[in-house]
Design a protein around this ligand. Sequence first.
Ligand code: AQP
Length: 325
Amino acid sequence: MRIFSGIQPTGAKHFGNYSGGFRQYVATQEQGEAFFCVVDLHSITVDYKPQELHEATLDLAAMLFAVGLDPRRSTVFVQSHVSAHAEAAWLLGAVTGFGELRRMTQFKDKSDAQEFVSAGLFTYPILMAGDILLYQTDLVPIGDDQRQHLELARDIGARFNARFGETLKLPRGIYPEAGARIMDLQEPDRKMSTSTGSEMGKVLMVDSPELIKKKLMSAVTDIGREVRRAGDKPGISNLIEIMSVASGEPPDAIEARYDGSGYGRFKADVADAVVEVLTPIRARYLDLRSDPGELHRLLAEGAEKARAASHPTLTSMYERMGFTR
Ligand code: AQP
């Protein structure tokens, strides 16, 4: 069983990334041969600073090991170190429809926020499809916001197979039962996001315990005092999901436990649970980040394994498409 997921080195990672990304990666690495990729080529599709990309790539690599990815079990690597990704994206462009890309809601949302809309922002889902399909992936652990891109990756793979012969495995997404879409703490009707929302709206993986508590205690809640999920209670519903992710307790059990207790105690407990999860990760992260030489070594090892694993698929793609080799 092959597992693949990618994560962008843009800005500081937040609790939404932990919920939809990091913790699922750690859980799935037990299930088979896992590849986790720092997708730096994706990061240049919006305005960015080269020096920050460099540092953010190492930050994210350190975070992937800090959350518990084991380099002996999982292949952790940087996308630009494996040129097959850029090549696959170009080849798959031949079987991706302009209309399909135009329907991507993330493109609509992100392009609205950009002064300069790059062609790369538009074609980004083809690169993502290549990332996944190159590894003959069975499972893709992701958050709900990537659902549409994964469906497109499957469509692109199916079209390639229909046009050039059976070459690419069509992967399945896996989404967490609770916490597939963590919402912004200050604006709970939009997702917690790197590029949007205020600082107080997101708990960062590297926040101090004091700051985590401050952010969660000042999270926007709703009228009333019942701790239960409901359409008209987006703030409390989000905190229940966060509590579930941090404690492992199902949302129903959390509602039952806080029945009649009011928001104050609940928020303080959510903060404690999040601090408990993130504190050891932060300590390991700081430790790993202080040794860039070791990070570079681990990433070089990962890139070599990823090159070997992706090479057969890329070669078949070229051959089936009629290129001379
Ligand atoms: N709010 C979220 N809830 C659950 N999962 C989430 N993910 C992202 N936000 C949430 C999941 O995290 C993984 C990595 O996402 P990414 O590579 O897109 O990283 P990012 O750019 O830092 O994530 P953002 O916050 O989504 O950035 P914006 O909004 O700026 O594009 C993915 O599996 C994703 O589903």
